[in-house]
Design a protein around this ligand. Structure first.
Ligand SMILES: Nc1ncnc2c1ncn2[C@@H]1O[C@H](COP(=O)(O)OP(=O)(O)O)[C@@H](O)[C@H]1O
Ligand SMILES: [Mg+2]
Length: 335
Protein backbone atom coordinates (compact mmCIF):
# COMPACT_ATOMS: atom_id res chain seq x y z
CA UNK A 1 0.00 0.00 0.00
CA UNK A 2 1.28 3.43 -0.92
CA UNK A 3 1.01 6.26 1.52
CA UNK A 4 0.84 9.92 0.84
CA UNK A 5 2.93 12.61 2.50
CA UNK A 6 0.90 14.16 5.33
CA UNK A 7 -1.24 16.93 3.84
CA UNK A 8 -3.14 17.70 7.05
CA UNK A 9 -6.32 16.55 5.32
CA UNK A 10 -8.67 14.03 6.83
CA UNK A 11 -9.87 12.73 3.48
CA UNK A 12 -8.28 13.30 0.12
CA UNK A 13 -9.95 11.96 -2.99
CA UNK A 14 -7.46 12.08 -5.81
CA UNK A 15 -8.26 11.56 -9.52
CA UNK A 16 -10.93 8.99 -8.73
CA UNK A 17 -12.41 7.13 -11.71
CA UNK A 18 -15.26 4.64 -11.30
CA UNK A 19 -16.69 2.41 -14.04
CA UNK A 20 -19.90 0.40 -14.18
CA UNK A 21 -20.49 -2.72 -16.21
CA UNK A 22 -23.51 -1.96 -18.38
CA UNK A 23 -24.94 -3.65 -21.46
CA UNK A 24 -22.58 -1.36 -23.39
CA UNK A 25 -19.57 -2.74 -21.52
CA UNK A 26 -17.55 -0.89 -18.88
CA UNK A 27 -18.67 2.74 -18.76
CA UNK A 28 -16.94 5.47 -16.78
CA UNK A 29 -19.47 7.30 -14.57
CA UNK A 30 -17.08 9.17 -12.26
CA UNK A 31 -14.03 10.65 -13.92
CA UNK A 32 -10.98 12.27 -12.33
CA UNK A 33 -12.73 13.48 -9.20
CA UNK A 34 -10.47 15.17 -6.63
CA UNK A 35 -11.30 17.06 -3.45
CA UNK A 36 -10.39 17.15 0.24
CA UNK A 37 -12.24 17.19 3.53
CA UNK A 38 -10.25 18.70 6.39
CA UNK A 39 -10.58 17.76 10.08
CA UNK A 40 -13.76 19.35 11.45
CA UNK A 41 -14.66 20.72 8.03
CA UNK A 42 -18.08 20.42 6.39
CA UNK A 43 -17.81 19.93 2.63
CA UNK A 44 -20.97 19.95 0.54
CA UNK A 45 -21.02 17.79 -2.59
CA UNK A 46 -23.79 18.99 -4.92
CA UNK A 47 -25.10 18.33 -8.39
CA UNK A 48 -28.26 17.14 -10.11
CA UNK A 49 -29.41 13.56 -9.78
CA UNK A 50 -27.06 11.24 -11.69
CA UNK A 51 -23.98 13.48 -11.47
CA UNK A 52 -21.97 10.84 -9.58
CA UNK A 53 -22.22 12.02 -5.97
CA UNK A 54 -23.32 8.70 -4.50
CA UNK A 55 -20.91 6.67 -6.61
CA UNK A 56 -18.07 8.91 -5.41
CA UNK A 57 -19.05 8.61 -1.76
CA UNK A 58 -19.68 4.85 -1.88
CA UNK A 59 -16.24 4.39 -3.45
CA UNK A 60 -14.60 5.95 -0.40
CA UNK A 61 -15.50 2.94 1.75
CA UNK A 62 -15.52 0.52 -1.22
CA UNK A 63 -19.23 -0.13 -0.82
CA UNK A 64 -20.00 -0.55 -4.55
CA UNK A 65 -20.58 -4.17 -5.65
CA UNK A 66 -17.40 -5.46 -7.27
CA UNK A 67 -19.49 -7.60 -9.66
CA UNK A 68 -20.37 -4.54 -11.73
CA UNK A 69 -18.46 -1.56 -10.36
CA UNK A 70 -14.73 -0.88 -10.26
CA UNK A 71 -12.43 1.94 -9.25
CA UNK A 72 -10.33 2.11 -12.39
CA UNK A 73 -7.98 4.88 -11.24
CA UNK A 74 -7.19 7.21 -8.39
CA UNK A 75 -6.70 7.15 -4.65
CA UNK A 76 -8.76 7.79 -1.55
CA UNK A 77 -6.47 8.87 1.26
CA UNK A 78 -7.80 8.74 4.80
CA UNK A 79 -5.29 10.25 7.22
CA UNK A 80 -2.54 9.33 4.81
CA UNK A 81 -3.64 5.72 4.20
CA UNK A 82 -5.00 4.66 0.81
CA UNK A 83 -8.42 3.06 1.31
CA UNK A 84 -8.52 1.81 -2.29
CA UNK A 85 -5.53 -0.50 -1.93
CA UNK A 86 -6.07 -1.43 1.71
CA UNK A 87 -6.72 -5.07 2.76
CA UNK A 88 -10.46 -5.63 3.32
CA UNK A 89 -9.97 -6.51 6.99
CA UNK A 90 -8.23 -3.22 7.69
CA UNK A 91 -10.99 -1.33 5.88
CA UNK A 92 -13.68 -3.05 7.99
CA UNK A 93 -12.06 -1.58 11.11
CA UNK A 94 -12.38 1.89 9.60
CA UNK A 95 -16.00 1.54 8.38
CA UNK A 96 -18.53 2.65 10.96
CA UNK A 97 -15.73 3.36 13.39
CA UNK A 98 -13.49 6.07 11.96
CA UNK A 99 -15.65 6.82 8.92
CA UNK A 100 -19.44 6.49 9.16
CA UNK A 101 -22.12 6.87 6.52
CA UNK A 102 -25.78 7.80 6.63
CA UNK A 103 -28.20 7.52 3.73
CA UNK A 104 -31.42 9.04 2.49
CA UNK A 105 -33.91 6.45 3.73
CA UNK A 106 -33.29 5.47 7.35
CA UNK A 107 -35.99 2.78 7.34
CA UNK A 108 -34.00 0.63 4.91
CA UNK A 109 -30.88 0.86 7.12
CA UNK A 110 -32.69 0.07 10.38
CA UNK A 111 -33.75 -3.49 11.16
CA UNK A 112 -37.48 -3.47 12.07
CA UNK A 113 -37.03 -6.52 14.33
CA UNK A 114 -34.66 -4.94 16.85
CA UNK A 115 -34.99 -1.96 19.15
CA UNK A 116 -33.28 1.28 18.22
CA UNK A 117 -31.10 0.98 21.33
CA UNK A 118 -29.97 -2.56 20.52
CA UNK A 119 -28.98 -1.51 16.99
CA UNK A 120 -26.90 1.43 18.14
CA UNK A 121 -25.38 -0.71 20.91
CA UNK A 122 -24.51 -3.44 18.41
CA UNK A 123 -22.58 -1.05 16.16
CA UNK A 124 -20.74 0.27 19.20
CA UNK A 125 -19.81 -3.18 20.53
CA UNK A 126 -18.66 -4.41 17.12
CA UNK A 127 -15.89 -1.80 17.14
CA UNK A 128 -15.32 -0.95 20.79
CA UNK A 129 -16.28 -4.18 22.57
CA UNK A 130 -17.50 -4.01 26.17
CA UNK A 131 -20.69 -5.22 27.81
CA UNK A 132 -24.18 -4.94 26.38
CA UNK A 133 -25.35 -2.87 29.33
CA UNK A 134 -22.63 -0.27 28.87
CA UNK A 135 -23.31 -0.17 25.12
CA UNK A 136 -27.03 0.40 25.75
CA UNK A 137 -26.15 3.29 28.06
CA UNK A 138 -24.00 4.64 25.24
CA UNK A 139 -26.97 4.30 22.86
CA UNK A 140 -29.16 6.35 25.20
CA UNK A 141 -26.42 8.97 25.50
CA UNK A 142 -26.20 9.16 21.68
CA UNK A 143 -29.98 9.45 21.24
CA UNK A 144 -29.93 12.27 23.75
CA UNK A 145 -27.08 13.95 21.85
CA UNK A 146 -29.10 13.95 18.62
CA UNK A 147 -32.09 15.48 20.36
CA UNK A 148 -34.47 12.55 21.03
CA UNK A 149 -36.53 13.46 24.12
CA UNK A 150 -36.63 10.84 26.92
CA UNK A 151 -33.75 9.03 25.28
CA UNK A 152 -33.38 6.67 28.26
CA UNK A 153 -36.76 5.07 27.57
CA UNK A 154 -36.88 5.58 23.79
CA UNK A 155 -33.88 3.24 23.35
CA UNK A 156 -36.42 0.42 23.90
CA UNK A 157 -38.58 1.56 20.95
CA UNK A 158 -38.67 -0.24 17.61
CA UNK A 159 -38.03 1.71 14.39
CA UNK A 160 -41.76 1.88 13.50
CA UNK A 161 -42.40 3.73 16.76
CA UNK A 162 -40.16 6.60 15.59
CA UNK A 163 -41.22 9.29 13.10
CA UNK A 164 -39.19 9.75 9.88
CA UNK A 165 -37.23 12.62 11.37
CA UNK A 166 -36.53 10.67 14.56
CA UNK A 167 -35.36 7.65 12.56
CA UNK A 168 -32.89 9.84 10.71
CA UNK A 169 -31.70 11.19 14.07
CA UNK A 170 -31.33 7.59 15.27
CA UNK A 171 -29.23 6.81 12.17
CA UNK A 172 -27.04 9.82 12.94
CA UNK A 173 -26.75 8.60 16.56
CA UNK A 174 -25.66 5.18 15.27
CA UNK A 175 -23.17 6.76 12.87
CA UNK A 176 -21.67 8.85 15.66
CA UNK A 177 -21.64 6.17 18.38
CA UNK A 178 -17.99 5.27 17.77
CA UNK A 179 -16.88 8.91 17.50
CA UNK A 180 -15.89 8.80 13.83
CA UNK A 181 -13.46 11.38 12.49
CA UNK A 182 -15.48 11.59 9.27
CA UNK A 183 -19.21 11.38 8.62
CA UNK A 184 -20.45 10.90 5.06
CA UNK A 185 -24.11 11.89 4.78
CA UNK A 186 -25.69 11.08 1.41
CA UNK A 187 -28.93 13.08 0.99
CA UNK A 188 -29.73 12.61 4.71
CA UNK A 189 -32.59 15.11 4.63
CA UNK A 190 -34.06 14.56 1.18
CA UNK A 191 -36.88 12.21 2.22
CA UNK A 192 -37.95 14.49 5.09
CA UNK A 193 -40.25 17.50 5.12
CA UNK A 194 -38.79 20.99 5.05
CA UNK A 195 -38.97 21.70 8.79
CA UNK A 196 -37.30 18.39 9.66
CA UNK A 197 -34.66 18.98 6.95
CA UNK A 198 -33.71 22.23 8.65
CA UNK A 199 -33.50 20.41 12.00
CA UNK A 200 -31.21 17.72 10.58
CA UNK A 201 -28.94 20.36 9.03
CA UNK A 202 -28.80 22.26 12.33
CA UNK A 203 -28.07 18.99 14.15
CA UNK A 204 -25.16 18.11 11.85
CA UNK A 205 -23.73 21.59 12.27
CA UNK A 206 -23.94 21.33 16.07
CA UNK A 207 -22.43 17.83 16.08
CA UNK A 208 -19.49 19.04 14.03
CA UNK A 209 -18.92 21.82 16.57
CA UNK A 210 -19.23 19.44 19.52
CA UNK A 211 -17.36 16.38 18.23
CA UNK A 212 -14.98 18.00 15.73
CA UNK A 213 -15.77 15.40 13.06
CA UNK A 214 -15.40 16.28 9.39
CA UNK A 215 -18.59 15.91 7.34
CA UNK A 216 -19.06 15.19 3.65
CA UNK A 217 -22.64 16.34 3.07
CA UNK A 218 -24.14 15.18 -0.21
CA UNK A 219 -27.26 16.72 -1.68
CA UNK A 220 -28.87 17.90 -4.91
CA UNK A 221 -30.12 20.92 -2.95
CA UNK A 222 -27.65 23.79 -3.15
CA UNK A 223 -29.77 25.79 -0.69
CA UNK A 224 -29.13 23.27 2.11
CA UNK A 225 -25.42 23.19 1.35
CA UNK A 226 -24.94 26.94 1.44
CA UNK A 227 -26.44 27.01 4.95
CA UNK A 228 -24.30 24.21 6.28
CA UNK A 229 -21.02 23.75 4.43
CA UNK A 230 -17.68 25.50 4.74
CA UNK A 231 -16.76 24.51 1.21
CA UNK A 232 -18.76 23.29 -1.76
CA UNK A 233 -17.79 20.90 -4.53
CA UNK A 234 -20.11 20.92 -7.56
CA UNK A 235 -20.32 17.85 -9.79
CA UNK A 236 -21.73 17.58 -13.29
CA UNK A 237 -21.80 14.47 -15.49
CA UNK A 238 -19.29 12.59 -13.34
CA UNK A 239 -16.77 15.42 -12.99
CA UNK A 240 -16.06 18.21 -10.53
CA UNK A 241 -16.87 21.48 -12.31
CA UNK A 242 -16.35 23.95 -9.47
CA UNK A 243 -15.03 23.98 -5.89
CA UNK A 244 -15.05 27.02 -3.61
CA UNK A 245 -15.73 28.29 -0.09
CA UNK A 246 -19.54 28.18 0.33
CA UNK A 247 -20.14 31.90 0.62
CA UNK A 248 -17.84 32.79 -2.30
CA UNK A 249 -19.64 30.27 -4.47
CA UNK A 250 -23.00 31.70 -3.44
CA UNK A 251 -21.96 35.32 -4.05
CA UNK A 252 -19.99 34.80 -7.24
CA UNK A 253 -20.19 31.43 -9.00
CA UNK A 254 -17.50 30.86 -11.62
CA UNK A 255 -19.07 28.02 -13.58
CA UNK A 256 -22.27 28.55 -15.61
CA UNK A 257 -23.66 25.28 -14.18
CA UNK A 258 -23.25 26.55 -10.60
CA UNK A 259 -24.85 29.84 -11.60
CA UNK A 260 -27.74 27.88 -13.14
CA UNK A 261 -28.23 25.87 -9.94
CA UNK A 262 -28.18 29.06 -7.87
CA UNK A 263 -30.66 30.85 -10.10
CA UNK A 264 -33.02 27.91 -10.04
CA UNK A 265 -32.80 27.53 -6.28
CA UNK A 266 -36.36 27.06 -5.01
CA UNK A 267 -37.71 29.55 -2.51
CA UNK A 268 -37.65 28.53 1.12
CA UNK A 269 -40.70 26.37 1.76
CA UNK A 270 -40.82 24.42 -1.48
CA UNK A 271 -37.31 23.05 -1.17
CA UNK A 272 -36.65 19.36 -1.35
CA UNK A 273 -38.41 18.48 -4.57
CA UNK A 274 -36.08 17.39 -7.32
CA UNK A 275 -37.13 20.00 -9.89
CA UNK A 276 -35.61 20.17 -13.36
CA UNK A 277 -33.55 23.21 -12.52
CA UNK A 278 -31.75 23.94 -15.77
CA UNK A 279 -33.26 23.36 -19.24
CA UNK A 280 -32.22 20.04 -20.75
CA UNK A 281 -30.81 16.96 -19.04
CA UNK A 282 -27.35 15.76 -18.07
CA UNK A 283 -25.77 13.49 -20.72
CA UNK A 284 -25.80 9.70 -20.40
CA UNK A 285 -22.38 8.39 -19.31
CA UNK A 286 -21.92 6.49 -22.59
CA UNK A 287 -22.82 9.50 -24.71
CA UNK A 288 -20.72 12.38 -23.37
CA UNK A 289 -20.63 15.45 -25.63
CA UNK A 290 -17.31 16.37 -27.22
CA UNK A 291 -15.55 19.29 -25.55
CA UNK A 292 -17.21 20.66 -22.44
CA UNK A 293 -19.79 18.22 -21.03
CA UNK A 294 -22.07 21.08 -20.02
CA UNK A 295 -21.91 22.88 -23.39
CA UNK A 296 -25.25 21.52 -24.76
CA UNK A 297 -27.10 23.12 -21.82
CA UNK A 298 -24.93 26.19 -21.29
CA UNK A 299 -26.08 29.67 -22.25
CA UNK A 300 -22.49 30.83 -22.83
CA UNK A 301 -21.19 28.18 -25.21
CA UNK A 302 -18.71 29.41 -27.78
CA UNK A 303 -16.72 27.55 -30.43
CA UNK A 304 -13.79 26.79 -28.12
CA UNK A 305 -16.13 24.96 -25.72
CA UNK A 306 -16.90 22.34 -28.38
CA UNK A 307 -13.28 21.67 -29.31
CA UNK A 308 -11.53 20.42 -26.19
CA UNK A 309 -12.68 19.29 -22.76
CA UNK A 310 -11.73 21.99 -20.26
CA UNK A 311 -9.50 21.03 -17.34
CA UNK A 312 -10.33 21.86 -13.73
CA UNK A 313 -8.12 24.87 -13.10
CA UNK A 314 -7.28 26.84 -9.98
CA UNK A 315 -8.79 30.27 -10.57
CA UNK A 316 -8.10 31.86 -7.19
CA UNK A 317 -6.66 30.61 -3.91
CA UNK A 318 -9.03 27.89 -2.74
CA UNK A 319 -11.20 28.04 -5.86
CA UNK A 320 -11.21 25.92 -8.97
CA UNK A 321 -13.41 25.82 -12.06
CA UNK A 322 -13.75 23.67 -15.19
CA UNK A 323 -14.73 26.19 -17.86
CA UNK A 324 -12.80 27.48 -20.91
CA UNK A 325 -14.43 30.86 -20.49
CA UNK A 326 -13.61 31.46 -16.81
CA UNK A 327 -13.09 35.15 -16.27
CA UNK A 328 -14.84 36.12 -19.54
CA UNK A 329 -18.34 35.61 -18.20
CA UNK A 330 -20.43 37.83 -16.00
CA UNK A 331 -22.29 35.28 -13.88
CA UNK A 332 -24.73 36.44 -11.26
CA UNK A 333 -24.69 35.03 -7.73
CA UNK A 334 -27.53 34.86 -5.27
CA UNK A 335 -26.91 37.69 -2.84
N1 LIG B 1 -25.83 0.14 -10.74
C1 LIG B 1 -25.53 0.98 -11.73
N2 LIG B 1 -25.31 0.53 -13.00
C2 LIG B 1 -25.01 1.36 -13.99
N3 LIG B 1 -24.91 2.69 -13.85
C3 LIG B 1 -25.13 3.20 -12.63
C4 LIG B 1 -25.46 2.39 -11.50
N4 LIG B 1 -25.61 3.19 -10.42
C5 LIG B 1 -25.39 4.45 -10.86
N5 LIG B 1 -25.11 4.46 -12.17
C6 LIG B 1 -24.82 5.62 -13.00
O1 LIG B 1 -23.78 6.35 -12.37
C7 LIG B 1 -24.01 7.73 -12.52
C8 LIG B 1 -23.90 8.42 -11.20
O2 LIG B 1 -24.92 7.98 -10.34
P1 LIG B 1 -25.02 8.49 -8.83
O3 LIG B 1 -23.67 8.55 -8.21
O4 LIG B 1 -26.03 7.62 -8.16
O5 LIG B 1 -25.60 9.96 -8.98
P2 LIG B 1 -26.07 10.99 -7.85
O6 LIG B 1 -25.82 10.37 -6.51
O7 LIG B 1 -25.27 12.22 -8.08
O8 LIG B 1 -27.53 11.22 -8.09
C9 LIG B 1 -25.37 7.89 -13.20
O9 LIG B 1 -25.15 8.19 -14.54
C10 LIG B 1 -26.01 6.54 -13.05
O10 LIG B 1 -26.82 6.28 -14.18
MG1 LIG C 1 -27.21 9.92 -4.99
Amino acid sequence: MTSMPDSGQLLRIEDLCVDFLTDRGWTTVVEGVSFDVGPGEIVGLVGESGSGKSVTSLSVLRLLPTAYARTSAGHVWYQGRDLIGMPARELRDIRGNEISMIFQEPMTSLNPAFTIGDQIAEVYRRHKGGRRRAALARAAEMLDLVGIPNAGSRVKDYPHEFSGGMRQRAMIAMALACEPRLLIADEPATALDVTVQAQIVALLSRLRDETGCGILFITHDLGLVVELADRVVVMYAGEVVEAAPALDLYDAPKHPYTAGLLNAMPQLGVRGKELPVIPGRPPEPWRMPAGCRFSPRCGHTSEECLVAAPALRTVETGRSCRCCRTGQLNLVGSS
